[in-house]
Design a protein around this ligand. Structure first.
Ligand code: ATP
Ligand code: MG
Length: 191
């Protein structure tokens, strides 16, 4: 079987955490997804091309270089999705100094043809607390209102993406201390 499902949400909302648990449960039930992180694929290409060494450096590359790397990553992921079930961990929109950059512009989406887009959300104050707790990564400080705006924009852009390729959009709430509810919803969406 081959298909591609996109999982998205603002940085620090808990995408990687929810995905890891959900995929573990599905694997135990005999359903194996290949987990692909769009940023990791991009970073690998960015390292080769510009010498950028981490995600935060990559995010600040000029928009035209960034876009080119984004396109290269899409081609690579589309190849993988021809053969397997792929769960793509990515950002629907990226907050750059120039403004919000669509994570999945038309030329990326048409290559990937996702069947479904899952948005992970949490209250902005919980997102801030999670970003602060995660000391392994350097994160920009954002106000509650800015995270709320980013989440609002992600819903809008996810529906626009869905309209382009006929995908469905599902919102999964990942509240503090209720990780298992988010995991359960994701398992249901991926079955
Ligand atoms: P990024 O977009 O930067 O990759 P992410 O969305 O993948 O971020 P994670 O790295 O999964 O986010 O999670 C960020 C932090 O939030 C981690 O420390 C994680 O343990 C914590 N976290 C995730 N979900 C919950 C939850 N339901 N309750 C409390 N903490 C959580
Ligand atoms: Mg992550």
């Amino acid at each position: 079987m081959n298909k591609l499902i996109v999982v998205t949400g603002v940085p620090g909302v808990g995408k990687s955490t929810v995905i890891a648990e959900a995929l573990g449960k599905l694997r135990a039930a005999g359903l194996s997804y290949e987990l692909v992180n769009y940023g990791d694929v991009m970073l690998e290409l960015a390292r080769r091309r510009t010498g950028a060494c981490d995600r935060d450096e990559m995010r600040k590359l000029p928009a035209d270089v960034y876009r080119d790397i984004q396109r290269g990553a899409a081609e690579r992921i589309a190849q993988m999705a021809k053969r397997k079930l792929v769960l793509l961990d990515t950002h629907c929109s990226i907050k750059k100094p120039e403004g919000y950059l669509p994570g999945l512009p038309r030329w990326v989406l048409e290559g990937l043809k996702p069947e479904s887009i899952l948005i992970i959300e949490a209250p902005p104050e919980e997102v801030i607390a999670r970003r602060t707790k995660d000391m392994a990564r350097r994160r920009d400080q954002e106000l509650i209102a800015e995270i709320a705006e980013h989440q609002q924009l992600n819903r809008a852009i996810a529906m626009a993406y869905a309209a382009m390729v006929g995908a469905t959009v599902r919102i999964i709430k990942n509240r503090d201390g209720r990780l298992s509810e988010a995991v359960g919803e994701m398992v249901e969406a991926l079955r």
